[in-house]
Structures are given as C-alpha cells and as structure tokens.
Design a protein around this ligand. Structure first.
Ligand code: NAD
Ligand code: MG
Length: 315
C-alpha cells in the first residue's frame, strides 16, 4: 500500500464508526483505517474509553447468527480490547457471559455490560486480580452461580510491558507477567474443570510474539510461547472428556494494552503498519475466531492455534 493510499484510508481514524459488519463482503485492507496513534502512554493498564483513536469492539459491527445459543462463558480481561469484543460477540451469538477485569477498569466493564444487556443477554461483571490465587478460585465459583453453570472459558487477560533493553526487565515485571499470562491459566482451568461437561471449550489467548519475539518484549513473548505449548498439552489431556482446548494468536490489535506500556511510545504511530494488510487489527476482527473455537462447529479442532494477524507468517 502506498503512503498516499494509507493517508486516504486513514482519513477517519476512529474505527468504531463503521457501518458494515463482519458478514459483509469487503476489502480487508480497507475495512478499517490505517491508524497512527499518538506517541503518548495511557496510565495504568489503560482504558478503552481513553483510547485515541477509538477501537471497534463490535458494538455496531458484529452480527450474531445463533451459534452459541444458551452457552455460558467466562472471559478474563473482558472489559476492553479483544476480551470485550469477544464478550459482545458471544452475547450476540446467544451466550450469557461473565467478564472479569482489574478493579480500576470498572468503567470499561460497565460499558461492555450495557451493550450486552441491550442485546437482552445476561452479563455479570466481577472485578479482581488474577494474581490472587484465592480470587481465581472464587471467580469460577461466582461465574458458575451467576450463569447456572459454565461451558466456555476464555483465558484472555494479560500483561505486556515493553522495555528498551533486556536489562530493564526487573523481577517485579517478570513475575507479574508470568503470573497473569500463564500461571493464572493453570489456576482457572483447575477451578473450572469440575464444572465443564462434554462439549465445553477452553480458548487461550496467545500471540504472534510466541513465534516472532520482539527484543522489547522478551518476558511477554516467552509467556505466549508457553501458552501455545500449554494449549496443546491440555488439549491432549482433556480431549477424552469431550472438552476441546484451542488458542487464538492475535497480531497487532488496537487495544489499551498497547498504548499503556505494551509498546514503547515511539512505536505507536506506526502500530500495525508492517503487517501484509498494512494496518492494525481492530478487536472485533478477533471475535469470529473465538466464536468459531467456542461453537460446536469446530468439533474436530483440538489443540490448534488460530492466527489472526493481518498477514505475519507463522510456523
Ligand atoms: P486489554 O488491555 O484490553 O486486555 C487485557 C486485560 O487483561 C485487561 O483489560 C485486564 O482486564 C486484564 N488484566 C491485566 N492484568 C490483570 C490482572 N492482574 N488481573 C486481572 N485481569 C488483568 O488488551 P488486549 O490486547 O485485548 O489483551 C487481551 C489478550 O490479547 C492478552 O492476553 C494479550 O496478551 C493478547 N494479545 C494482544 C495483542 C494486541 O496487539 N493487542 C496481540 C497479541 C496478543
Ligand atoms: Mg482493560
């Protein structure tokens, strides 16, 4: 794509004003603008409501087709970004959902919950820290109570902090990143398993970083490689129970994770432009992958990592 095309394509930067949905035949290079976010960090873990430009969570652009009728899903990190887009898509497909997130993200969570309630579905919002072992267990219990059971677990919450050099990864960051990204998955699966009947699905969020680690993200990238391996091992262990485990590996997606320290600020203006499609992905473009892996139509897909990355070659 020429820089002139990129400029024209980027005339409107906000992606949440699209009038099409995911089932409309369209050019993927032009479905969303090429964004050039400011080189400015958001505080804390970041809020969707403070993103410039706005991201598309699917509020006006995800059309359901009844693929998750009556299903009960727990989604970690469901307040914003990919998890929020997945929660909205699941509800449009007929599922009831519980979303969990950090307490400081309450306002984002309530906005997502409003969208889901407007669709007439049940949604419960539960704030807490995935690093807290007791919370991981009580979260599953609360979700089962709110939903009357559980048959989809989406392990999506995550931490990504870019550093100028390897030496800048201190123990605090290293332990938090491993705790949130991979150890919490073990704990949540352990707590959820007694409730998961045959036909249930577990979907983990990994990353292109699992295969192509950036020198600025060595701790994060290594957790994502671990998640791919965990997904395959767990899928082998649970298949005979009729529980399928798979993963989704996003490429560069415009979510609060990125401008809140996930990228060095100077990398933000070019975010996503090196993909084959020439633009960053929007959170709602991930949702169909989670819907597919959660729904019975993927009944023979086990231990797979589905890459949704705008064209970044993977092994
Ligand atoms: P996001 O910031 O919207 O979502 C991450 C969420 O993780 C937060 O909203 C928060 O609720 C949750 N979280 C973080 N620390 C937590 C903690 N201690 N306790 C409880 N919850 C916590 O960003 P996102 O990009 O949608 O991230 C979702 C997943 O996608 C992450 O696993 C991330 O690694 C992965 N991913 C993102 C990209 C991308 O480009 N955005 C690319 C590849 C993979
Ligand atoms: Mg958030």
């Amino acid at each position: 794509m020429s820089s002139q095309d990129k400029k024209q394509n980027g005339a409107t930067q906000n992606a949440d004003q699209t009038t099409t949905d995911q089932l409309v035949f369209q050019d993927p290079t032009k479905r969303y603008p090429v964004i050039s976010p400011p080189a400015k960090a958001l505080p804390g873990t970041g809020l969707d409501s403070e993103m410039t430009p706005k991201a598309d969570l699917g509020e006006k652009s995800y059309r359901g087709t009844g693929r998750l009728e009556g299903r009960k899903a727990l989604i970690t990190g469901g307040d914003s970004g990919i998890g929020a887009a997945t929660a909205i898509a699941f509800s449009r497909e007929g599922a009831d959902v519980v979303i969990t997130y950090l307490p400081e993200e309450e306002s984002d969570a309530q906005e997502v919950a409003e969208v889901i309630r407007a669709d007439g579905r049940t949604v419960e919002t539960i704030a807490g820290d995935l690093r807290d072992k007791a919370f991981a267990k009580s979260l599953v219990e609360q979700a089962v109570k709110a939903l009357g059971g559980l048959d989809i677990l989406v392990n999506n919450g995550g931490k990504q902090v870019a550093t100028e050099s390897f030496d800048d990864i201190d123990d605090e960051q290293l332990e938090a990143t491993y705790d949130i990204n991979i150890l919490a998955m073990f704990r949540l699966v352990r707590a959820a398993l007694p409730h998961l009947k045959p036909g249930s699905t577990i979907i983990n969020t990994t990353s292109i970083q699992a295969y192509s680690p950036s020198p600025t993200l060595i701790d994060y990238a290594s957790t994502k490689a671990a998640i791919n391996n965990f997904t395959k091992g767990l899928s082998e262990a649970l298949a005979e129970k009729g529980i399928r485990v798979n993963a989704v590996a996003p490429g560069p997606i415009w979510t609060p994770l990125q401008p809140s320290g996930g990228q060095l600020p100077e990398a933000l203006p070019e975010f996503g432009q090196s993909t084959a499609l020439g633009r960053a992905g929007q959170p709602t473009e991930l949702a169909p992958a989670y819907v597919f892996l959660a729904s019975p139509e993927s009944s023979y897909v086990v231990g797979e990592t589905l890459n949704v990355n705008g064209g970044m070659p993977t092994p």
